[in-house]
Design a protein around this ligand. Structure first.
Ligand SMILES: [Zn+2]
Length: 179
């Protein structure tokens, strides 16, 4: 079956479709590809759509919680969460990540990011549990937990980076004690 982008009408290629949806089996992808009731977007249009949805969320006021709950695409929520995090809007970032985890409970990076946010708030028990979840899903996460402190180094706040690294050290030693 020949498919075109629902938005720009550019022809779509099954091999590319497979590449971007690597978490589905080939059989399942063929089923989706040949389903006449489904429409697909090319990579460009998809990225554009995501950006627009994130933009809409960023200009939302107080009723953000309901807006986040209505979103079912974790990519939008992850991107929004990251932007909020970078802008220091911890509460909003946390809401976005919690929503991601409702949709994808085994998203280790989001558990890790949630851990960073709790750490930032000084909520050590919650940070610990979030990191623990991330590590249970993939031990490799242990190595990139440190990238958080790097964020403050880049921003020129070495004091904050040191403080966070200190706290992380305590958490990490507790986590390895559990092994
Ligand atoms: Zn397109």
């Amino acid at each position: 079956m020949n498919r075109t982008c629902w938005n720009c009408k550019k022809p779509l290629i099954f091999e590319e479709f497979k590449e971007v949806n690597y978490d589905f089996s080939e059989e399942r992808l063929k089923e989706l590809w040949n389903n006449p009731n489904l429409e697909f977007l090319c990579c460009n249009c998809y990225t554009k759509t995501i950006r627009e949805e994130v933009k809409k969320l960023l200009i939302k006021g107080d009723n953000i919680k309901e807006s986040l709950e209505s979103i079912t695409n974790p990519t939008i929520l992850r991107r929004y969460g990251l932007i909020c995090f970078m802008r220091g809007k911890v509460k909003r970032a946390k809401m976005a990540y919690k929503r991601v985890l409702e949709l994808e409970p085994s998203d280790k990076n989001t558990w890790k990011n949630l851990g960073h946010l709790y750490l930032e708030e000084g909520k050590m028990n919650k940070a610990f549990r979030a990191y623990k979840n991330a590590l249970d899903l993939n031990i490799e996460t242990l190595y990139d937990i440190r990238d958080y402190a790097l964020f403050y180094k880049i921003k020129g706040n070495t004091e904050k980076a040191q403080e966070l690294l200190g706290k992380l050290k305590i958490l990490l030693s507790e986590l390895s004690l559990l092994e």
